[in-house]
Design a protein around this ligand. Structure first.
Ligand SMILES: NC(=O)c1ccc[n+]([C@@H]2O[C@H](COP(=O)([O-])OP(=O)(O)OC[C@H]3O[C@@H](n4cnc5c(N)ncnc54)[C@H](O)[C@@H]3O)[C@@H](O)[C@H]2O)c1
Ligand SMILES: O=C(O)[C@H](O)COP(=O)(O)O
Length: 519
């Protein structure tokens, strides 16, 4: 198999590049000129960007080789997720790997403003020494208002608790217990949060709230506003206006509606605006963590696996063992079922038994659909675009949950046709085929399997065994089953080598054999 090619468009930690180079040919740039990306993207299996490059629809379409897009960092707002999902391109990021760095950056801004760090520094360098001019304030006892209580927001709360601040947060999507566990008072609306925020800090994705002049005016007089999340979510003109009026003491921005900001950026005129060039994730520690997590995700996605940091598949919070077991079972049952039923004339029912967590169902459904559709379509189908492709095909997958105390088992059938059931159990993490096309069997599922459906008559087994032997292929295991309704039998052979097309052709010529399947 040829080695995949990976393009890295912006500086990535060396540890990540080293991991990628073990499995792929890597072209790594410190900053690829933006106009070059659309010109060369066609040559790569995976592309890794940070915040300087955008991957819009027009850059993503028309490159059949491109399988993985990674955002080496947290926010994926510069990648067109919808297009990636439609095309079956896995999107990887590095959630949380720079959360500490981003939260600490917010506090660097707060302290710089409160303690006049940047102003004092310029003052001393200019040969002056006036301490009175730079009387500061303390974080201690100040009220911190956090918008967005995710990974960075919670790190900010931990740091704030260390400074013995009073911490309030607004995030309608987070459970009460999380606020309590962080010793944070939950606020139900932004209108409630802002008037109690001596310091306001934003930590939502770009899709979060837009905060304008009206809301900002409700901050207490002398408040500080920090944005290390995404540029433009807090109106920059409004911040400058409130600095002009003296309502705000200071503003700390690490992100801007336009990066870099234009020469007439309104906050340039305010010395108490502390502005940094998107440095939130730029620590050695975060760069290493991000690079390694991104590289691991990209490598797994290139291998067709579903890493935990894939953005456009709803990966459930399972242990790697549980995840691997269900993933394998879902792929096997889907593949066998789809080979047995080339025409899917009724909705398919996925029947689940055993302790399969509810929050795994969306992902499981997508994985099973992908396995089925992969047997049917020439297009790339994976868990990423399985729902899109299923809709295009008009394919419906219904899910039923049965005995939760049974062994973990996945079964597929056409609705109303129990005789079409294929069932795989996952006892002790070994996928075992329990039923195929309604026929009870029991065999650990091999890597390579050959199945014949034939007349339930003497001699067929011998003929198949002889022919397989003539091709020099060793049979590891053999299993027989009977279809009661039509006097046919089936035989499943586990084989040590892949099955050549000629063997399938010769098997099909044996008169008693009706179908040959290779799995
Ligand atoms: N400046 C930097 O270099 C830097 C570094 C890391 C992260 N970031 C940015 O920081 C932000 C937070 O990152 P994260 O890793 O914590 O993300 P996260 O997904 O872990 O947390 C975001 C939180 O925002 C909440 N949220 C979403 N919409 C909201 C709304 N309308 N109102 C209130 N809350 C809302 C979500 O429920 C979630 O809890 C992102 O925008 C990310 O891109 C910037
Ligand atoms: O989303 C992120 O991780 C931060 O914005 C960091 O961006 P960067 O990778 O460009 O430093």
């Amino acid at each position: 198999m040829t080695r995949p090619r990976i393009l890295i468009t912006e500086t990535l930690g060396q540890e990540g590049i080293d991991l990628l180079r073990e499995v792929a040919d890597v072209d790594a740039y410190d900053l690829l000129p933006k106009e070059q990306l659309p010109e060369i993207i066609d040559n790569y299996d995976a592309v890794i960007v940070r915040s300087a490059h955008r991957l819009p629809r027009e850059t993503l379409i028309g490159h059949p080789r491109l399988k993985v897009v990674a955002r080496a960092g947290s926010g994926v707002d510069n990648v067109d997720l919808k297009t990636c999902t439609e095309l079956g391109i896995a999107v990887i990021n590095a959630p949380g790997a720079n959360a500490v760095a981003a939260a600490e950056q917010a506090f660097a801004h707060m302290l710089a403003i409160l303690r006049n760090v940047h102003l004092g520094d310029a003052h001393v360098r200019s040969g002056e020494w006036s301490r009175k001019k730079f009387l500061g304030g303390e974080l201690h006892e100040r009220r911190l208002g956090i918008i967005g209580f995710g990974k960075v927001g919670r790190e900010a709360a931990r740091i704030a608790n260390g400074f013995r601040m009073k911490v309030y947060a607004y995030d309608p999507f987070v459970a009460d217990e999380i606020f309590q566990a962080h010793n944070v008072t939950r606020m139900e609306t932004l209108e409630e949060l802002l008037p109690v925020s001596d310091i306001l800090t934003l930590h939502t994705p770009k899709s979060g709230p837009q905060i304008g002049l009206d809301l900002l005016s409700t901050l207490p007089a002398g408040a500080i506003v920090i944005n290390v999340a995404r540029g433009g979510m807090i109106d920059e003109e409004a911040l400058a206006t409130l600095m002009d009026t003296g309502h705000l003491l200071g503003v700390g921005l690490d992100v801007f509606s336009q990066e870099p900001p234009p020469a007439d950026f309104p906050l340039f005129r305010h010395p108490r605006a502390v502005l940094t060039p998107h440095l939130g994730g730029s620590t050695h520690e975060a760069m290493t963590g991000v690079a390694v997590m991104t590289a691991q995700g990209v490598i797994a996605a290139l291998q067709g696996l579903t890493p935990p940091n894939i953005v456009n598949v709803p990966v459930p919070p399972l242990t790697p063992d549980e995840f691997g077991m269900l993933d394998e079972g879902a792929r096997i049952v889907g593949r066998i079922f789809a080979q047995m039923h080339r025409t899917l004339h009724a909705p398919i029912v996925l029947s689940l038994k055993g302790p399969i967590p509810k929050n795994a169902l969306p992902w499981l459904k997508q994985t099973v659909l992908a396995a089925i559709l992969n047997e049917q379509l020439a297009d790339r189908v994976n868990a990423v675009n399985a729902l899109v492709k299923a809709e295009e095909q008009g394919l419906k997958l219904l899910v039923e949950e049965r005995d939760a105390n049974a062994l973990p088992t996945l079964a597929l059938r056409l609705e109303g046709h129990p005789e079409t059931t294929t069932e795989v159990s996952l006892e002790n993490h070994v996928p075992r085929l329990r039923r195929i096309n309604g026929v009870a069997v029991d065999l650990p599922w091999p890597d390579i399997a050959l199945m014949t459906v034939h007349d339930d008559a003497p001699g067929v087994v011998g003929k198949v065994g002889t022919l397989v032997g003539q091709y020099g292929i060793n049979i590891g295991n053999l299993h027989l089953g009977r279809q009661e309704n039509n006097h046919q039998a089936l035989m499943i052979l586990s084989l040590d080598q892949t099955v050549p097309d000629d063997l399938v052709r010769d098997l099909n010529q044996i008169t008693d054999i009706h179908h040959v399947f290779v799995f």
